[in-house]
Design a protein around this ligand. Structure first.
Ligand SMILES: *Cc1c(COP(=O)(O)O)cnc(C)c1O
Length: 361
């Protein structure tokens, strides 16, 4: 078996759900498991998070998959349905839908033969300017849903663009606007993502919607997950498959643009962009071997990464290598690569086996 694997820790995932409950003790928790559970496996994540009060997904297929896996809690389609022909599956599997656009509202009002009403989360746009009804028409939308035969229980939600910045002036204004807008609708409300949960207690309302913090990465730039007592759920690991002594001046890998500054050992790790390790990880991005951070050198290949072993002269073929996870926060790797932890986690390729493990790598 190829040694590249993603160890996924159910204790850490449950622990992080517990942290959400401590941050937001009066709210119900909609665990966000879209994008294959942020790369961890959607069925696995939902099963481990069975104590959550509901789940958020991005497709009817994912909702059906969770129902077929025996999940009976509410499941919410975060962008709603994409085509009215999905409404039959939606009702058959009791999936809740977001309604964010006039076209969806119209479909819901006009489709026939829906066997029973669908619970709706109306999305209002309080400043993300991506999806959602303008605040000015929310009351009108709510009125239409009240008389819509196909709409069941109504709830209201919105989303934050900048809640990770605790000095941001837009976020408290969004919270205030959302509160005022929805106060008299007498429905359950949801606003906070992970950053809102951590930074903005007044945004918690009846439902919070954590994603990234469940998986143990910090939602706040510059604030380590450890300080929030979040534990990494995924540890991406592989092994050294070669240790070679290189001469001063020798070029390493594709393009040959990284040259050895002296005679030195260079290790080869069996992982690459074909596994979802970012190809644009620059030289200097750390990997962890025997608890020691060593930098990658040269370019990331499809199946391999080369590392500078000058600080680990005893490293040998077969030694385990951590690319991120326990002891090496994924946020740190993301920062080296000019991206965010979310992208690294959800891009781990299908060929990397997810292996449940409670043992720290
Ligand atoms: C993905 C998503 C979330 C979770 O966001 P995190 O930053 O991962 O906590 C919450 N709400 C909506 C609507 C989302 O799409």
């Amino acid at each position: 078996m190829r040694p590249a694997r993603a160890l996924i820790n159910p204790d850490a995932l449950r622990h992080n759900l517990g942290r959400v409950r401590i941050f937001a003790p009066h709210s119900r928790v909609m665990a966000i498991v879209k994008a294959n559970g942020y790369g961890h496996g959607i069925g696995w994540a939902a099963r481990v998070l069975s104590d959550a009060d509901g789940f958020g997904v991005a497709s009817v297929e994912d909702g059906v998959l969770l129902r077929e896996a025996g999940i009976s809690k509410p499941i919410v389609l975060l962008e709603g349905f994409f085509h009215p022909n999905e409404l039959t599956d939606l009702t058959a599997h009791r999936l809740d839908t977001v309604v964010h656009h006039e076209s969806q509202l119209w479909d819901l009002e006009h489709i026939r033969d829906v066997p029973h009403p669908i619970d709706v989360w109306v999305k209002v746009d309080t400043g993300m300017h991506r999806i959602g009804f303008p605040p000015a028409i929310l009351a009108g939308v709510a009125k239409r849903l009240k008389v819509c035969m196909n709409a069941g229980r109504m709830r209201v939600m919105s989303h934050f663009p900048t809640a990770d910045n605790r000095f941001d002036a837009q976020t408290p204004e969004q919270i205030r606007q959302f509160d005022v807008l929805t106060r008299n609708l007498n429905v359950e409300r949801s606003l906070a993502n992970s950053a809102g949960i951590v930074n903005w207690p007044s945004s918690h309302f009846e439902w919070v919607r954590p994603g990234i913090m469940l998986y143990g990465a910090s939602p706040i730039i510059g604030l380590p997950a450890q300080e929030l007592d979040l534990k990494p759920v995924m540890t991406l690991t592989s092994e050294l498959i070669a240790v070679n002594l290189r001469r001063k001046g020798e070029a390493i890998g594709y393009g040959g643009d990284w040259r050895c500054p002296e005679d030195m050992p260079v290790g080869v790790v069996a992982i690459g962009y074909g596994d979802g390790y970012p190809r644009h990880a620059p030289p200097g991005t750390p990997v962890l071997i025997h608890g020691v951070r060593v930098p990658i050198v040269g370019r990331v290949s499809m199946d391999m990464v080369t590392v500078d072993l000058r600080d680990l002269p005893d490293a040998k073929v077969g030694d385990p290598v951590v690319l991120w996870g326990n002891g090496l926060p994924v946020e740190e790797i993301a920062e080296h690569c000019g991206t965010i932890s979310y992208e690294l986690l959800c891009r781990v390729a299908a060929r990397v086996p997810r292996i449940e493990s409670t043992i720290s790598a």
